[in-house]
Design a protein around this ligand. Sequence first.
Ligand SMILES: Nc1ncnc2c1ncn2[C@@H]1O[C@H](COP(=O)(O)OP(=O)(O)OP(=O)(O)O)[C@@H](O)[C@H]1O
Ligand SMILES: [Mg+2]
Length: 370
Amino acid sequence: MSTKLNLVLIFGGKSGEHAVSLMSARSVLNALDSEKYQVFQVGITREGRWTYAANALEVFENKHGESLNEAFILARNETPYLYELIDGQLREVTQIDIVFPVLHGTFGEDGTIQGLFEIQNCAYVGAGVLASSVAMDKALCKDVVANAGIPVLPYGIFSRQQIENDLPAVIEAVEGISAYPVFVKPANLGSSVGITKAKNRSQLQDSLRLAARYDRRILVERGIEAREIEISVLGNEDVVVSVPGEIVPGDEFYTYKDKYHSGDPETAIPAPLPEPVSEQLRTWAVQTFRAIDGAGLARVDFLLDKNSGKAWFNEINTMPGFTQISMYSKLLAYSGLNYRQLIDQLIELGLERKADQARTLRKFEVDDEQ
Ligand SMILES: Nc1ncnc2c1ncn2[C@@H]1O[C@H](COP(=O)(O)OP(=O)(O)OP(=O)(O)O)[C@@H](O)[C@H]1O
Ligand SMILES: [Mg+2]
């Protein structure tokens, strides 16, 4: 019998970050130790169809994912299996030891697919349902992190309905929260999609309307001239926290284009920061991770006011860009953990979390007499 772990690598997905996911997955696949893991490739199409093939990643990279057989993860007698559908019949591909969902954004990083893994009793890499969904909602996440005592920029949360029905009231409320410029962000999207900086009232109107096309909930917050500092966290109960790194954006702010199309933005590892600031941010990164009940990995992003030097939490990503040259991996590499070791650790952490969950008492008798 093989002693290798049966690992299902999942990539693609319905989110706007489908292409980014394929890049991350390619890096992970290349680094997975074939002595330790038997890898099964599952691609999710842009329409949300799950597919399987031995070389699914390559097929997805060539944009032919649609042609592959449909795939399913289903538990039988509490053991999860991967199946593929051939001529209307389910064929068992493998029993699953762990799933590595290299998916970013909606339906991948937001707790929905994590819920499916939980229901199918399947171990998986990364954060659970709660942390994933809290981190995905920029608005709710600010509430949670602020409540943990970590500074966040003044913000307000508005609904699409408010924006559509009473724009003047929303504008008045925003102007009560902060002077211009403000940042307007759909609560649930990543990769800077639908985010704009509004420098005056008329731009704010346009920004709110734009953001409302992307989400029902819109976050508006004070805009500052900021340095962007990112920190990697790795672990479950005990965590490793990296040195801070800095992104030097090429554009006015760190846009989607900047992230994925114009080559690498310049980075500085470690970020040139006074030691006490660096230590403060590292402490906040761990506190943020714990506040949302993080597990496995997360990248915690801060904004540092260029004028006052004050630092603010910006966001936490539970499945950050994950190629070998992504900030997440590079920060940990600086701390001496190479990419292959990082992947091994993430898999171990996923298995450890599953084992820990199994210790939780779920059945209890209700005493009728009480
Ligand atoms: N309040 C702010 N003041 C100044 N700059 C900001 C502010 N909020 C966001 N930015 C700039 O806009 C960029 C995008 O915003 P943010 O990081 O909140 O969303 P995102 O990048 O879409 O999320 P994700 O990192 O999950 O893809 C930031 O990297 C930063 O450059
Ligand atoms: Mg960001």
